[in-house]
Design a protein around this ligand. Structure first.
Ligand code: SAM
Ligand code: SF4
Ligand code: SF4
Length: 401
């Protein structure tokens, strides 16, 4: 892809000038590592373009599943149903970048529910058994419960959804009725002041807590709570979060997963010093609530499980930065505009939407997905360096977290 460069001051008049924004990696060309600068930004949007050439699928012998170059099978599909969100979490969609000038995808480029369901159905033939709806904020997509119903009708699919919880109270019943059984709610703090600052739109924590109550009452299986931990911002909330969601003996409660702040996308100003290593999270919780490691529920589980020694409940840690789990990564991602990405930290994807819209049949699309997966080599988190962290990558809100 040829990138054209312009002076950012001519391009974005309201350039952030705070010390934090100085760290944003505006203008990082792919595969080179000039110093971080805010003075240039590529005109060419990484979301556009033709996508990578789709590799030809090799035959698999007698019922063997599709494997990538590192022997990993395709199991999970994360689907971003919208690139829009009503929050501006500072680590994901910072206000300074995702402002009124930001160009979201036009309606015509967004996959329809029928297109999403078709890709999902075909992906199942290539080994996918688990689908997560995400975004952006998936509950902002109008009629999301209709999509849930369409996907829930695919046999053999374990369907789940990740939400910021802001619209969940109103939607929990409809989502459950549509066939969604599992749910993850993101919640970074119980402290209202900290929560409002982190979502950066002054959204009150009480509303998310009420939504979690509503979802628990609607009968979802044990709801998971995602907390992204940033040093000096919300790490003082770790124990409070663990205690708050620890179930009373004999009840299920909710499972908090403490996530290391990651260098996803190119706009969140990531620095290693902001990361609280999962081991430190575990040590801090253990000192207050003694715990021990628990066996994984399945191979490739992203969160490492820890159970409390008093027998009531568990929590998880997701250590994408300090203990990479690429070796068991079975996840592909379908972006809002129908590109398939084989890594959260990808710089390019494969254009499935064009195949769908030019009327290719299911067999060809299945072979495209199979071929893409077979060619996959990704292990970004295993080889992350300060330099790779600065590379220009697809934003998480677009590719799906
Ligand atoms: N809007 C929904 C939400 O927040 O739950 C779904 C999309 S969001 C991109 C999916 C998950 O990614 C959330 O749990 C969020 O906290 C997490 N996330 C976003 N940016 C992150 C980052 N830089 N590091 C770690 N996790 C991040
Ligand atoms: Fe929105 Fe979720 Fe990103 Fe926060 S983490 S800005 S809620 S997409
Ligand atoms: Fe999977 Fe890429 Fe994350 Fe490694 S860095 S676990 S390959 S998504």
């Amino acid at each position: 892809m040829n990138l054209t460069w312009v002076n950012v001051k001519a391009f974005i008049p309201r350039l952030p000038l705070s010390p934090v924004s100085d760290r944003y990696t505006f203008g990082m060309p792919v595969n080179t590592s000039p110093p971080i600068t805010q003075s240039v930004i590529p005109i060419t949007d990484l979301r556009r373009g033709d996508g990578l050439p789709i590799p030809k699928m090799r035959e698999t012998s007698g019922g063997t599943s599709v494997q990538d170059q590192r022997g990993r099978q395709l199991r999970d599909l994360r689907i971003s149903v919208t690139d829009r969100c009503n929050f501006r979490c500072t680590y994901c969609m910072p206000k300074e970048v995702f402002d009124n000038n930001y160009r979201y995808l036009p309606h015509s480029e967004v996959l329809s529910f029928e297109e999403i369901t078709r890709v999902a159905r075909i992906a199942v033939t290539q080994g996918v058994t688990k689908i997560r709806l995400t975004g952006g904020e998936p509950l902002m997509r109008r009629g999301i419960e209709d999509l849930v119903a369409m996907l829930a009708a695919i046999p053999g699919i374990d369907l789940t959804l990740t939400t910021n919880g802001s619209a969940l109270k109103a939607k929990a019943g409809a989502l459950k009725a549509a066939g969604l059984n599992r749910l993850t709610v993101s919640l970074d703090s119980l402290d209202d002041k900290v929560f409002r600052a982190m979502n950066d739109v002054d959204f009150p924590v009480a509303k998310v807590l009420a939504a979690i109550d509503a979802a628990n009452a609607a009968g979802f299986e044990q709801i998971k709570i995602n907390m992204v931990v940033k040093r000096g911002v919300n790490d003082h909330q770790i124990i409070d979060m663990a205690k708050f969601f620890k179930p009373a003996p004999g009840t299920l409660g909710n499972i908090v997963r403490f996530i290391e702040f990651m260098d996803v996308g190119s706009t969140n100003g990531w620095q290693m010093g902001d990361v609280v290593p999962s081991q430190e999270v575990v040590n801090r919780i253990h000192a207050a609530l003694p715990c021990e490691p628990a066996n994984p529920n399945h191979v490739g589980e992203v969160a490492k499980r820890w159970k409390y020694l008093d027998g009531a409940g568990e929590f998880g840690v997701i250590s994408s930065v300090t203990a990479a789990f690429c070796g068991t990564c079975t996840r592909a991602r379908l972006s809002t505009d129908g590109f398939l990405y084989t890594c959260l930290f990808a710089q390019h994807g494969y254009d499935l939407k064009s195949l769908l819209r030019r009327g290719e049949d299911d067999t060809l699309i299945a072979k495209a997905i199979g071929g893409i997966w077979q060619a996959r080599q990704d292990n970004y988190s295993e080889v992350r360096t300060a330099e790779t962290a600065r590379q220009r990558k697809i934003e998480m809100s677009f590719i799906g977290g």
